[in-house]
Structure formats: structure tokens, C-alpha cells
Design a protein around this ligand. Sequence first.
Ligand SMILES: [Mn+2]
Length: 339
Amino acid sequence: MPMRKNTISELKHHLSTDSIVSILGHKNPDGDALGSTLGLSLFLKTLGITSQVIMPNTFPEFLKWLPAVDSVWCFDSDQEKCEEQLKNSDIVFTLDFNSLNRTGDLGAFLATLDTRYVMIDHHQEPSDYADFMLVDTSIASTCELVHEYIVTQYPEAKLSEDIATCLYTGIMTDTGSFRFPSTTSKTHRIIADLIDAGADNSQIHQNTFDNNAVSRLNLLGRALQNLKVIEDLSTAYIYLSQDELNTYGFKKGDTEGFVNYALSLKGIKFAVIFIENKADQIIKISFRSIGDFDVNTFARTHYHGGGHKNAAGGKSDLDLSSTLAEFENTLNTYKERLT
Ligand SMILES: [Mn+2]
């Protein structure tokens, strides 16, 4: 792979209406991954540039209302079609991730491609595969960076209602509805711009958050009964076994945000949720923190993961009870940083 590094402004010279363009998000795509990829794809369309959005696997129910979401291809269900498209691509945008292995099984294939990669992302410690980079780890969401890319590179551009809706959604979900510390006055200025362009803030919140099935709320009830608080380490965690997920008819995305209930406890600085996945034989883990405790480092050091300082993910190959026991042991070595 060529290792030239170019600024994002040079990308223009490599993008034309003849270009074959793919836009990739990360595995288990969230609101920011879908919002940024769809928003960028819809924007490129206004320039006459056709692009194909590809996700490594399927996305959660609560995002299925997004504009143009039906145009997304998923690698896990359409492997050949996706590989063919990627192989032929002149440009592959990689949005909301910074390491090819964040695409799961697709990663090894991507590493063999002879294409130009563009990285637009806000995660820590980007790896070195991209030819063009727009990376800022201080920014709350990739959607804000896509907005920056559009308005700086194409100052004449008009954002459509659909583009604005996609970008609004990603900013909203990655900022915890504009309440995480990464939310800045600039975030709100961009949001104002998106509302002016037609994003219906109230409707977007409703579409995303007010579509619960009873089974999901019952699953939340179960999760909250499995809440364990370790007061002297300012830590709280939740776990859900595969049996419990099955009992409540778990669907992808159902546990989104559950960890925040643990974090909402008075005096808690570090919150974790452990979710058993028997099919993949792993325990999927999400880490959240308030303040200085760096969960990106914690996830990288102990759980093959990473992310941001206050929000990260990882996994364990042990069974659920061993994972919890090991976590509590590990946690004890962080006493000084958590009290
Ligand atoms: Mn993001």
C-alpha cells in the first residue's frame, strides 16, 4: 500500500464523476457511523459522484429510519458483492474508525486492496493505512468532521434536509444528546446549521429514542437487577447473560445506552456493561467514565479494545463469571486512580 500522506484538500483532485467510490463504517455500526457514511454519500451525490455505503455487519433497529438507509450493503450478508465493489473502488472512505481491524472479518481483505483510503475519524491513535486523513480526536463525532469536510472543501455546497438529518443523528448519538464533555459551542453551531438545513430535531430524537418495544424495557429491567456497585472504587457494572438476552427477545441495539444507568449513580466514575455472546464465544464489554479515568487505555490494556477517554469498548474470551471475577481483580489495581 502506498504510504503517501496528503491533506484532505488534495482529495478533490482524485474525486470525479467517473470515480468509483465506497464509504465504509465500522463493525456494529452506531448512529455516528451510519449518519456520517450516509450523510457523506448523499452529499457526494449532489456533486454527481456515485458512492456505495458498506457496513461490515447489520445495524440496530433504532437507526433503520435514517434517510437512504436501504441503500447500505452489509458485508456479512453480501460478501461477494461488497468485495467486488471495494476491489473496483478508486477511493474508499473509512469513517468513524481508524484501524482496518475495526471492520472485523472484512479487515484482512481491506489490507490487500490497492486503492486510495480516506480516513475521517475522531478516535485515539489512528493507524497508518490512509492516504488522506481528516482526524481530530478532540471532536465529539465523525459527523462533525464530515460537516467540516463539506463546508471547508465545498463552501458553495447546500446541505439537503436528508444530509442534515444524517449528520444531526450521528452528532446526537455520539454526544449522548449533547451532554458529554466533548460537546462544544462549535458542536451546537454545527447543529444550528443542520437545523437550518432542514434537520427536524424533535422528530429525529423521537425516531431514535422513542421506539422501544416492551421487551427492550423488560430487558433493561433485568439488566438493572444485575447491577453491581463497588462503592470504594467508584465503579458500577451491569451484566447480561445469553440466557437473559434470549428470554427478553434481544435484538441488535437493544442494550444501547444501558451502561449509562450505571454511570448515572451518585459518586460513580467508572461504569461497565458485560454482554455475553455465545455465538461468538465472547463477552462484549462497554466502558464509560466521568472525568479523568481513561477507559481507552483501560480497554486497550486489558480487553483488546479501545475508543475514547470516556467511552470505549472491548471483549473477553473467558466465560461470563470468570470475566466478572477477573474484572474485579483488575479493578483493584486501579484503586489509586479511582478513589
Ligand atoms: Mn463516532
